[in-house]
Design a binder for this molecule. Structure first.
Ligand code: FCB
Length: 464
């Protein structure tokens, strides 16, 4: 029977992984991800305080078409049917984030109504047998903390540990894995370094200091999470970028290395080696953050898992000085974001990390996916590019596993179309389409195929 199931997929099958793929293993977790500000809406309800993203969206010119997360996918009100949808697709894992401004007031006291929302949601997910990955900080910093300096203020790291304490006391037992932060690179660099994200500040020195406080926040939260919720996994989620040299010249090769130091080692070195990469400060002279004694030990405490988000590669050349500059390649496949589709980058980075960091913890791919200009035609969305994208990236994950990297699961970004930060609602990353006028959800073809694969895998393992 197992043979029949397999042979029903010809090589032309648009999604199903190869017969020998590690993804057929039933303990390889397959799920989808979202984030609070991108889907919840209900920004003024039940005592939620403003976040830096509410403020940023209200600032003219910051977000495409003046969009904001005020309504988004209205998930705050539609969470029950959204959970049914996720369960209906057969997804095994769900990665979501908690909105800090929903659950704590400005004095650090809990906001019961906000907390109850996440309790209900997580309890339901557990009842349905879903493995839950909860991110504490997916960029929606309470505005009142930004008013006191945000991530430039060391105090924010301690406030984050208080928040982690509250959440892990309240939600212990409903969370399988806690991630402290989502993509500190984006919070620090896009938020404080070039101003493309909230809070919109642009200063290199700010970026490195914000990063240090973000990582400190992570390190301070870890023991608190361990104490309050010992049976769950604890980790952090980092976005990683592949940089490839535009030529064989020594200068361009160095440029590609510097790109990866700036994108990857800036975060992974302090977490896994307890020190920032020296080259970072050659790239950005004079931006060394203020580090207090003991900080690096706190930051580099052991992790149970590392979440990896991967999207594209960047082709770079030397900028003629000490840095790199992007040289976009012509004639390559790109997504609606303009990002190059480059699955090999995911494989190569994962294998590279396993050599670079002897203490690399088990990895989950916590985000991977692509945006396309999907439309509903006769009740269907045929997102062919996404199907091919997912298949190729899952094959890259499989190759990394075969090369010895301990990768335990994969979360699609995203469960449904949502508010894509500075790009608003125009870019559609979901495997489920959302009509923002009616809030109707329509399963895309990619979701159907992922769902069929999970179903088939389940059947095979039951037969085995
Ligand atoms: C990542 C973010 C996520 C989503 C994807 C496309 O950087 O973590 O929220 O916006 O990009």
């Amino acid at each position: 029977m197992a043979h029949d199931a397999l042979s029903s997929h010809s090589s032309a099958d648009p999604f199903t992984p190869a017969a020998d793929s590690a993804l057929w293993r039933k303990n390889f977790l397959l799920g989808a991800a979202t984030a609070s500000y991108q889907i919840e809406g209900a920004v003024d309800e039940d005592g939620r305080l403003p976040s830096i993203w509410d403020t940023f969206c209200a600032t003219p010119g910051k977000v495409l078409a003046g969009d904001s997360g005020a309504v988004a996918c209205d998930h705050y009100h539609r969470w029950e049917s959204d959970v049914d949808m996720l369960v209906g697709l057969g997804l095994e894992g769900y990665r979501l984030s908690i909105a800090w401004p929903r659950v704590m007031d400005a004095n650090g006291a809990s906001n019961r109504k906000g907390l109850d929302f996440y309790k209900r949601l997580l309890t339901r997910l557990k009842e349905k047998g879903i493995t839950t990955f909860v991110t504490l900080y997916h960029w929606d910093l309470p505005q009142h903390l930004e008013d006191r300096g945000g991530w430039l203020n060391r105090e924010t790291a301690y406030r984050f540990a208080d928040y982690a304490d509250l959440m892990s006391r309240e939600l212990a037992g409903t969370v399988d894995a806690w991630a402290t932060l989502n993509e500190p690179w984006c919070s620090a660099y896009l938020g404080y370094g070039n101003g493309h994200h909230a809070p919109g500040l642009a200063n290199g020195r700010f970026a490195t200091q914000a990063m240090h406080h973000l990582l400190l926040a992570h390190g301070l939260a870890l023991p608190v999470l361990r104490e309050n919720d010992p049976s769950s996994q604890k980790g952090i989620v980092a976005n990683i970028g592949r940089g490839t040299p535009n030529s064989d010249s020594v200068e361009d090769q160095r440029a590609a290395q510097l790109f990866e130091i700036q994108h990857n080692a800036w975060i992974l070195d302090p977490l896994l080696k307890g020190a920032y990469p020296e080259a970072l400060f050659e790239l950005w002279p004079g931006t060394e953050p203020l580090i207090l004694g003991g900080d690096m030990q706190i930051i580099s405490a052991p992790l149970d898992f590392l979440g990896i988000n991967y999207y594209f590669r960047t082709n770079v050349a030397t900028d003629g000085a000490h840095g790199f500059t992007e040289v976009p390649l012509e004639g390559v496949e790109r997504t609606q974001m303009g990002w190059e589709v480059y699955p090999d980058g995911l494989r190569d980075l994962l294998i590279g990390f396993s050599h670079e960091y002897s203490n690399l913890p088990p990895v989950y791919i916590t985000e991977n996916g692509m945006a396309s200009d999907d439309t509903v035609i006769d009740g269907r969305v045929n997102d062919t590019q996404r199907i091919s994208f997912l298949k190729r990236h899952l094959a890259a994950v499989d190759e990394a596993i075969k090369a010895g990297v301990d990768i335990r699961g994969y979360f699609l970004w995203s469960l449904m179309d949502n508010f894509e930060w500075a790009f608003g609602y125009e870019r559609r990353f979901g495997i489920v389409h959302v009509d923002y006028v009616t809030q109707k959800r329509t399963t895309k073809r990619s979701a159907e195929l992922v769902s069929q694969f999970i179903e088939e895998r389940k059947e095979r393992s039951q037969r085995a």
